[in-house]
Ligand binder design. Structure first.
Ligand SMILES: [Zn+2]
Length: 68
């Protein structure tokens, strides 16, 4: 069962939730401010790209005036 990370839109608190694949998180409440609505972050599985950066090396992630 994958562990998903959510970030509360209200207070920015990040918390993790165990969910089944494909299960929605629309009814999740922030444990800090108890607000509904949190943005799910890309899941990071243990052992995969623990240090990150390799996939994004040399790619301008979010500079101004990029695509679109
Ligand atoms: Zn919150």
């Amino acid at each position: 069962m994958p562990l998903y990370e959510y970030i509360c839109r209200e207070c920015g608190h990040a918390f993790e939730v165990l969910q089944r694949m494909g299960e929605g998180g629309d009814d999740l409440r922030c444990p800090v401010c108890n607000e509904l609505g949190a943005d799910r972050q890309l899941s990071t599985f243990a052992g995969l790209g623990s240090h990150g950066g390799a996939a994004t090396a040399g790619a301008p992630a979010c500079g101004p005036g990029g695509f679109t």
